[in-house]
Design a binder for this molecule. Structure first.
Ligand code: ATP
Ligand code: MG
Length: 456
């Protein structure tokens, strides 16, 4: 500490390794960092303590430290240690080594899961890369300061030791927290090339934390954005999901757009956001999502992606009908097309894809307001999501608000009131599903099992 103080006065830089990486962190005490130890989870303390008692180094790291410094209770805790995955596993009753590419250990206490990662070393020069320079595989262990260099942003590269309550800061993260700045560690171009997902992460953190992006960190993004196209779609999907469930989805998407990242990423957004009705719909959907996240309510990814892609479905649905297809099969064909296109860009998981399809396929069924159809719909397990979706369509001006109001009444009514509602003649008929009775006997049909026709 004193040595460092003297070095500081003399203007001597901290000790660096051969690669020029800072080896000695700033050591911050509770007065300097202000972390409230009550925000720490007992299990995080348990894990670091167990590791330390076995003679290893162990710290809370990454997003949890960042959140602690911002006075926010972290939603999960990652632990960094110099113990190898095998050594970690031996210390805990329920611990599992996972991952081929980067081995980490999942330590479980009841429902609570902590990720324990061994300090990682520098990406070896010879580690395999794709033709654009994206690092495909490297799993070398390293020293503590090397682990810090490999992290993405200065504010994500701090380590907290619950035992001493001190923070180790290798890259000026504390100063950046104070300045509310996101700064990538190292040379921005090189870091984005190694892993283009970092461009999405910087946008997500900036929007979520309301931080600004350091100019040097922001500058290469416009040019390098297309590199996202080479990232495996499952990873892009995971990152998109984090972004959409961050509680700041709308802000994130606006930022993606202003950084030019939405082009490579979500081709759907190019089209959808550029048309006023689509933009209105997505804005409303994301506002509702953000509100739910902030209230701690669950959000269904299926609903979210169904919303993001709806105006593409709508466009194709109309096109198929214009080409002579019946409304219901046309909707299924449109859904197939949109889901197929997205499969290349975002690996939408099967379950989420089927949720999306259900939500879309149920829309025309809301238009049937006579006979048994509405009662059948009430029993559908996904009624709630489909109904919320219907209300969004009303609110965005796509369809008449009357349909949504009718369903709100029908769903809350008792038996007699329902009969009255069914008997009342709807003010308007028809929605996005343009009826084309003239087209009967047209081209090839697809069986629409979960459709208004199927239910009739
Ligand atoms: P969140 O609150 O969203 O979980 P986080 O910072 O904890 O934010 P994670 O994805 O959980 O984000 O990652 C944990 C830590 O791992 C990060 O804080 C960062 O130090 C490091 N990290 C994650 N992804 C990358 C990456 N692509 N490149 C470099 N470091 C990364
Ligand atoms: Mg995290």
């Amino acid at each position: 500490m004193i040595k460092k103080f003297i070095r500081k006065i003399l203007g001597v830089k901290n000790k660096t390794d051969a690669a020029g990486n800072n080896m000695e962190p700033d050591l911050l005490d509770p007065k300097q960092h202000g972390i409230d130890p009550k925000l720490l989870s007992n299990n995080a303390i348990r894990v670091t303590q167990t590791l330390q008692e076995a003679g290893f180094k162990a710290y809370v790291v990454g997003g949890a430290v960042r959140d602690l410094l911002l006075g926010v209770k972290p939603k999960d805790f990652d632990i960094a240690t110099n113990a190898t995955p095998e050594q970690v596993k031996r210390l805990f009753r329920r611990a599992f080594i996972i991952g081929k590419r980067f081995q980490i250990v999942h330590v479980m206490f009841g429902q609570d899961l902590l990720e324990v990662t061994t300090f990682r070393g520098p990406a070896a020069v010879e580690s395999p890369k794709d033709e654009h320079g994206r690092v495909l595989r490297d799993n070398t262990f390293g020293a503590h300061h090397e682990d810090a260099v490999r992290r993405d942003f200065t504010i994500n590269a701090m380590y907290y030791d619950p035992a001493t309550q001190s923070v180790l800061d290798f890259h000026g993260g504390m100063a950046d927290i104070r300045k509310k700045t996101l700064r990538i560690i190292g040379v921005p171009e090189a870091r984005y090339r190694e892993d283009p997902v970092r461009m999405l992460r910087v946008v997500r953190f900036a929007a979520r934390l309301q931080f600004s992006i350091d100019p040097a960190t922001a500058a290469p993004i416009a040019v390098m954005a297309p590199l996202i196209n080479n990232v495996p779609s499952a990873r892009v999907f995971d990152e998109m999901l984090k972004l959409l469930l961050s509680g700041q989805a709308l802000a994130c998407l606006k930022r993606l757009r202003s950084e030019g990242l939405h082009h490579g990423l979500l081709p759907l957004l190019d089209v959808v956001l550029e048309q006023p009705m689509g933009e209105k719909f997505i804005t409303l959907a994301l506002e509702a999502t953000d509100e739910r996240v902030r209230q701690g309510k669950p959000v269904s990814p299926g609903f979210l992606f169904a919303s993001l892609l709806w105006h593409q479905v709508l466009e194709k649905w109309n096109a198929y009908q214009a080409a002579g297809e019946f409304p219901i099969p046309a909707l299924h064909l449109a859904a197939d097309d949109v889901l197929d296109t997205q499969a290349d860009k975002l690996a939408i998981q099967r379950k989420i894809g089927s949720d999306m399809r259900d939500i879309w396929a149920m829309q025309p069924r809301f238009e049937r307001r006579t006979g048994k159809s509405p009662y059948k719909l009430l029993e559908h397990p996904r009624l709630r999501a489909a109904y919320d979706f219907l209300l969004l369509r009303c609110a965005s001006g796509e369809i008449d608000a009357e349909l949504g109001e009718w369903w709100t009444n029908f769903m809350t009514a008792d038996g007699n009131e329902r009969e009255v509602l069914l008997a009342a003649k709807p003010r308007t008929a028809g929605t996005g599903a343009k009826k084309r009775s003239s087209s009967r006997g047209g081209r090839g049909r697809r069986k629409a099992s979960d459709s208004a026709e199927g239910a009739a």
